[in-house]
Design a protein around this ligand. Structure first.
Ligand SMILES: O=C(O)[C@H](O)[C@@H](O)[C@H](O)[C@H](O)COP(=O)(O)O
Length: 329
């Protein structure tokens, strides 16, 4: 394995520790708690990539060569999920990598099961999907096999400027040939409660028809969820301290007092989010660096978790960060 936390230098250095090889005197680790510790850096093919931190289920920690500080995944994350953190020099390079990652998963899932179920959020994520609408991906993806969902939606008409559907349509969906019947937007004629119930019924029907997989815990299992994160650590429309964070049974629920406008929204619940086969958390900008730092830091002493800290899919979790968002790591 090679490593390079600054992919532009061309110099590589890595350390790989297994239980027997880990320095016994380190105050940082308690051997009984971890089966193995991997510290790894590797250069990406792209000369712009800053580095990758791979977080294995047992525990893995990256060091920035410039300061050699350990960075810990949260114990909850390390125990329950496999997370990888990718950092890119710019949002432009992040978008290229995100397109490649999505196209690969699309090809794998379509090969395996003849369909690709993908969930998007609102916000800046949609702009970061732009490379999928360009060559080579636009010509190679089997768009007819895509089924597109929203992890959350604002309860406004579809032609309203606040609509996540409108945002996704204008920035992405109108540029690729996904059959309109495979794009699952909300019924905007209903109340927030009605729209959440209607969307959940739609998902249940798609499970019955086999378009959507179901998890062992009986929640829908999407192939890929692409999530943005707010500066307060919210994901979907699950906000810090809000009771919706604790929903354990519903697939889709609603909120009428969202702290981020507009106030009325529907949202997938955490059991659904965490049943995903893969999740990409896409975060750009220095304004979110402090939340990224908190999310990837040690949360063992934290009494109340941020929503983003609860994201822990059955499958793989990949963070796509630009340099700004990763600047406090
Ligand atoms: O409808 C919404 O408001 C979004 O789905 C929300 O969860 C969004 O993804 C984050 O707020 C990040 O948005 P930005 O990337 O624009 O900050």
């Amino acid at each position: 394995m090679d490593s390079d936390c600054d992919g532009r230098t061309g110099q590589s250095k890595f350390v790989l520790f297994h239980p027997t090889g880990f320095p016994n005197k380190s105050p940082l680790f308690q051997p009984p708690m971890v089966a193995a510790i991997t510290i790894s850096f590797r250069s990406l093919p792209s000369p712009y990539s800053v580095g990758i931190w791979e977080v294995s289920p047992v525990c893995s920690v990256g060091y920035r060569r410039s300061d050699h500080r350990a960075r810990f995944p949260s114990p909850a994350m390390a125990e329950s999920t496999k997370a990888k953190v990718e950092v890119f020099d710019s949002e432009e390079v992040l978008a290229e990598s995100l397109a490649k990652y999505t196209a690969n998963l699309s090809s794998n899932f379509i090969g395996e099961r003849g369909a690709f179920t993908i969930v998007v959020s609102g916000g800046s994520l949609i702009k970061s999907l732009r490379k999928l609408t360009e060559s080579p991906h636009v010509d190679s993806i089997h768009w007819s096999k895509w089924h597109v969902f929203w992890v959350d939606e604002r309860v406004v008409p579809k032609d309203h400027d606040d609509s996540n559907y409108k945002l996704a349509y204008e920035g992405f969906l109108s540029k690729v040939p996904i059959p309109p019947g495979n794009v699952y937007s909300i019924n905007d004629a209903l109340s927030a409660e009605g729209a959440a119930h209607d969307y959940q019924t739609c998902l249940k029907n798609l499970v019955k028809s086999g378009v959507l997989n179901i998890s062992e815990t009986r929640f829908p299992k999407f192939d890929l969820m692409l999530l943005g994160m707010g500066p307060d650590g919210h994901v979907a429309s699950l906000f810090p301290g809000h009771e919706l964070m604790n929903e354990k049974e519903k697939w889709v629920t609603f909120i009428k007092d969202s702290p981020k406008p507009p106030p009325e929204r529907i949202t997938f619940t955490f059991p659904v989010i965490n049943s995903s086969a893969s999740i990409a958390l896409v975060v750009a900008g220095a304004g979110k660096a402090h939340v990224v730092q908190a999310a990837l830091g040690d949360t063992s002493q934290v009494s109340e978790k941020l929503p983003v800290q609860i994201v822990s899919p059955e499958g793989e979790l990949t963070w796509f960060l630009d340099k700004g968002a990763a600047s406090k790591l």
